[in-house]
Design a protein around this ligand. Structure first.
Ligand code: DX5
Ligand code: ZN
Length: 228
C-alpha cells in the first residue's frame, strides 16, 4: 500500500448519502481524499448499527483509496477475516472489544493487513504501550464512538501529543489518526498536537464542495495552528 503525503484525510462513509454510496465514494476520491474510513457498528459495543463486510466488498472495486476499517464491534475476532477478504487495507479495533489485543493484532497482520488500535476518550495511552512494536496505526477518538456529528473533545489533544512522542520514540512508521468532531476549526489543533491523519464525516460529506472541504482540512483549516 502506497502511503499518500501527510496529512491524510479519511472521509467517514457514515456521513455519506446512503442512497448513493458508490457515487459518494467516487466523489470523495476525485475530491482528493486519501483513505476511506468505514465505521462498523454492531449496536452492542456502541449504541448504533451501521454496515458490515458485504458493503465493504461491494465498494472495493469502485476505488483505489485504501480502506480504513474502524471496528466498533465486540467480539471483533470472529469477523477479522471477513473484513480482510472484503478488501480492508487497515483494520482497527478497540482494546475493550476482546480479551487479547495482541493476538487480535497478530491475526490482522497474518491476514496480510495493517492493524490499528483505537482509544476511546476514557481509554489511556497505556492501553497501546505494550503493542507499539506491532501497530501500524493508532486512532484517537475525540468523541464517544457510535455517531457522527458530535462535538470534538479538546481533552483528547494531550493524548495525541503523548502518542506522538511515544510513536517518535519507537522509530517505527505508525499513523496517528483522529476521529470525531474534526472540522476546519479543530483540524489545526489535531495537526499541531501531532496527528497525521484526520477522519472527517460531517466536515466532508456535509459540505457542498467536497474538494474544498478536504483541501481546507489538509491545510489546517486555512487558520493558523493554535496551541492548547
Ligand atoms: C464515530 C465514528 C466516526 C464518525 C465521525 O463513532 O467513528 O468515524 O463517523 O463523524 P464526524 O466527523 O461527523 O464527527
Ligand atoms: Zn470511525
Amino acid at each position: 500500500m502506497v502511503m499518500p503525503p501527510l496529512p491524510r484525510i479519511a472521509p467517514s462513509l457514515l456521513a455519506a448519502d446512503f442512497t448513493r454510496l458508490g457515487e459518494e465514494v467516487r466523489a470523495v476520491e476525485k475530491a482528493g481524499a486519501d483513505w476511506l474510513h468505514l465505521d462498523i457498528m454492531d449496536g452492542h459495543f456502541v449504541p448504533n448499527i451501521s454496515f458490515g463486510p458485504a458493503l465493504v466488498k461491494a465498494l472495493r472495486p469502485l476505488t483505489a483509496m485504501p480502506f480504513d476499517v474502524h471496528l466498533m464491534i465486540a467480539p471483533a475476532d470472529p469477523y477479522l477475516e471477513a473484513f480482510a477478504k472484503a478488501g480492508a487495507d487497515i483494520i482497527s479495533l478497540h482494546p475493550e472489544a476482546g480479551p487479547h489485543l495482541h493476538r487480535s493484532l497478530q491475526t490482522i497482520r497474518a491476514l496480510g493487513r495493517k492493524c490499528g488500535v483505537v482509544l476511546n476518550p476514557a481509554t489511556p495511552v497505556s492501553a497501546v504501550e505494550s503493542v507499539m512494536d506491532l501497530v501500524d496505526l493508532i486512532l484517537v477518538m475525540a468523541v464517544n464512538p457510535g455517531f457522527g456529528g458530535q462535538s470534538f473533545l479538546t481533552s483528547q489533544l494531550a493524548k495525541i501529543s503523548a502518542l506522538r512522542r511515544m510513536i517518535d520514540a519507537t522509530g517505527r512508521e505508525i499513523a496517528l489518526e483522529v476521529d470525531g468532531g474534526v472540522t476546519t476549526a479543530t483540524a489545526p489543533q489535531c495537526l499541531e498536537a501531532g496527528a497525521d491523519t484526520l477522519v472527517a464525516g460531517t466536515a466532508v460529506f456535509g459540505a457542498d464542495d467536497y474538494a474544498g472541504a478536504i483541501a481546507a482540512l489538509k491545510s489546517g483549516g486555512g487558520a493558523k495552528p493554535c496551541r492548547t
